[in-house]
Design a protein around this ligand. Structure first.
Ligand SMILES: Nc1ncnc2c1ncn2[C@@H]1O[C@H](COP(=O)(O)OP(=O)(O)OP(=O)(O)O)[C@@H](O)[C@H]1O
Length: 269
């Protein structure tokens, strides 16, 4: 079933910058979607439309067959949770626990349910050690995790992450991908924006490529293997594909892949 539908969405900022031009795409429920695009391609502007932070100037955004407009924002915000790139914007309470509790309290949950949601989110994101600390003096990666827990605590059906991988160390990155997979297994539809084609290639089911405010392509992840398309999007093909392209190999076994990598790293002199 389609959970998110965007039709002919356009948005121009007050200084006349056209950030989105006639964007159309749809997302089926329980998918892992990567929205990819170079700097300035419109990813953040698009995300802000998904929970009504920006209302469409032209076109429609519909979530579960409900067209976003001012009067249904509370339903929309219950259904779509967004974690923005800059976690500072989402943290303002005195402790991490209180910060995460803010969303569920705002949804009118009982204190018992609030506690249940916060504890589940803290445990899923694995930040038990941070729960009593003030958010303002945490590291960037820690703040990011707290902002993620804040959205997870509200249990929205659709979770959207703006550049979730930036600022995470390799261990946290691995943990975060594990968390995304847990959320997916729990039934959530997940959308991420990223420039990191390697991670997107390994993680997502489908991708949407943006270029200068337009959808360049939408489809399965093998779209990212198309050198011409990726050049057009001002992105690189995933390193793995680049390696096999450069070595003229299409390995079918781990042994063949190792051989291709060796060939690339140790070219014959
Ligand atoms: N507040 C604003 N006022 C005017 N123009 C803006 C504003 N915010 C974004 N833009 C412009 O809109 C276009 C799309 O920007 P947006 O931030 O959505 O792109 P992005 O793909 O998220 O970029 P990045 O990868 O660099 O974060 C860009 O040309 C940008 O300069």
């Amino acid at each position: 079933m389609t959970i998110l539908e965007i039709k002919d969405l356009s948005y121009t900022y007050s200084d006349q910058t056209a950030a989105l031009e006639k964007i159309s795409f749809s997302v089926k429920e329980r998918k892992k979607i990567a929205i990819l695009g170079a700097n300035g391609s419109g990813k953040s502007t698009l995300l802000q439309h998904l929970n009504g932070l920006i209302l469409p100037q032209a076109g429609i955004v519909s979530i579960k067959d409900t067209i976003i407009c001012k009067k249904n924002l509370s339903f929309i915000r219950k259904t779509v949770g967004i974690v923005f790139d800059n976690p500072e914007d989402q943290l303002f309470s005195t402790t991490v626990y209180e910060d995460i509790a803010f969303g569920p309290r705002n949804l009118g949950y009982t204190e018992e349910k609030v506690q249940e949601c916060v504890e589940r989110a803290i445990s899923l994101v694995n930040i038990q050690d941070l729960s009593h600390r003030p958010p303002y003096n945490l590291s960037l990666g820690q703040k990011k995790k707290v902002a993620i827990a804040g959205v997870v605590a509200m249990e929205p059906e659709i979770m959207v992450f703006d550049e979730p991988f930036s600022g995470l160390d390799p261990y946290s990155l691995e943990q975060f991908i594990y968390l995304l997979d847990n959320l997916y297994d729990a039934g959530h539809t997940l959308l991420i924006t990223t420039h990191d084609v390697d991670i997107a290639y390994g993680w997502a089911d489908e991708c949407i490529l943006l270029k200068e405010g337009k959808v360049l392509a939408q489809g399965p992840m093998d779209l990212l293997e198309d050198q011409l398309l990726m050049k057009k999007a001002r992105l690189k093909v995933p390193s793995l594909c680049q390696i096999f392209h450069d070595t003229n190999m299409q390995p079918k076994t781990i042994g063949e892949a190792r051989e291709a990598l060796n060939k690339l790293l140790n070219p014959p002199s």
